[in-house]
Write a protein that binds this ligand. Structure first.
Ligand code: PDD
Length: 287
């Protein structure tokens, strides 16, 4: 059976979903996106994802085409049309279709596309053993807090990791940790969780927020700040967080072991807290 997607007001088979070549998403990468994990057909942290999407739209001056309630109804309909219980829901909004001109077109409706795929979380072995990551200079622009669809730098940076059989590239801007090519990065130093601040040099991750909330609720010490590359390289633990990777330990960084080369004790605690939190939310469905 063909996958059902949403395009501009219609649910239709993916093969029948077409966008004109003059769509500004295709021509300029002029749009934003959002990715929401769905567990047991329940969109996780929906309000926060919709808020971040609203912020991205406002930042690039596209009017939000739907209210939160309208989004929720559309998302729930799309989720029901997919056979998987756990899904990753992708929303993509562009400035619409218009003759090619950098200027914003007038009176043009945004293009809204949504699809949902089976959610692929990290295999148990990666959680148990940790993963490899490399580092690179953060070559992106200065507005990384916008979840823009123009992801060319992120793609090139992530591919650098994949070419080395690593799974993520950790980025430093002027020698300061920012985030991963498609994730946020935490470190642990002497039992303290180190996190970069939510400024315009990183995407404000929804998973990042959950990790900090869980750390605070469980009296785990946190330091939010700008961390020099030398401190990150000497850290006892490094973690990747994202909606699809959840919380994952980096155990090899630029070919060297992080700590003793195994996922560390603070990671183990946070991983369990994250899984318990997911279970709790799924049971009560109040998130
Ligand atoms: N990426 N930073 C960047 C650059 C990201 O692309 C992502 C997520 C994150 C983590 O955000 P969150 O915890 O809300 O998933 C941080 C998604 C998964 C993607 O592009 O596919």
């Amino acid at each position: 059976m063909s996958q059902i997607v949403y395009l501009n007001g219609k649910f239709l088979p993916i093969e029948e979903a077409h966008v004109p070549v003059l769509d500004r998403g295709f021509i300029f990468g002029d749009g934003i996106y959002e990715l929401i994990p769905v567990y047991s057909r329940f969109p996780f942290r929906l309000r926060e994802h919709l808020k971040r999407m609203g912020n991205s739209l406002a930042a690039i001056r596209i009017e939000n085409p739907y209210t939160d309630d309208e989004w929720e109804n559309l998302l729930r309909e799309l989720i029901e049309k997919h056979p998987a219980e756990d899904q990753s829901l992708y929303i993509h909004i562009t400035r619409g279709v218009a003759p090619r001109d950098h200027a914003f077109p007038k009176g043009v409706k945004p293009t809204v596309f949504m699809m949902s795929n089976a959610l692929l979380t990290p295999p148990a072995l990666q959680v148990k053993q940790g993963v490899m990551a490399i580092s690179a200079n953060d070559i992106r622009w200065d507005s990384c807090d916008i979840k823009a669809i123009s992801l060319l730098p992120n793609i090139l940076l992530r591919q650098m990791a994949l070419d080395e059989d690593a799974i993520e590239t950790v980025l430093f801007r002027d020698g300061i940790l920012t985030e991963g090519a498609a994730s946020n990065i935490f470190a642990v130093e002497d039992g303290v969780i180190l996190a970069p601040p939510k400024d315009h040099h990183m995407l404000p991750g929804i998973t990042y927020d959950i990790v900090l909330e869980l750390a605070e609720a469980n009296h785990m010490p946190i330091e939010i700040g700008k961390f020099a590359e030398s401190r990150i390289r000497a850290a006892d633990e490094l973690w990747i967080t994202s909606s699809t990777k959840e919380v994952l330990a980096i155990t090899t960084f630029d070919g060297k072991s992080v700590g003793d080369g195994k996922p560390g004790p603070i990671f183990e605690e946070m991983y369990q807290l994250y899984q318990d939190y997911k279970d709790l939310v799924m049971r009560h469905r109040t998130d």
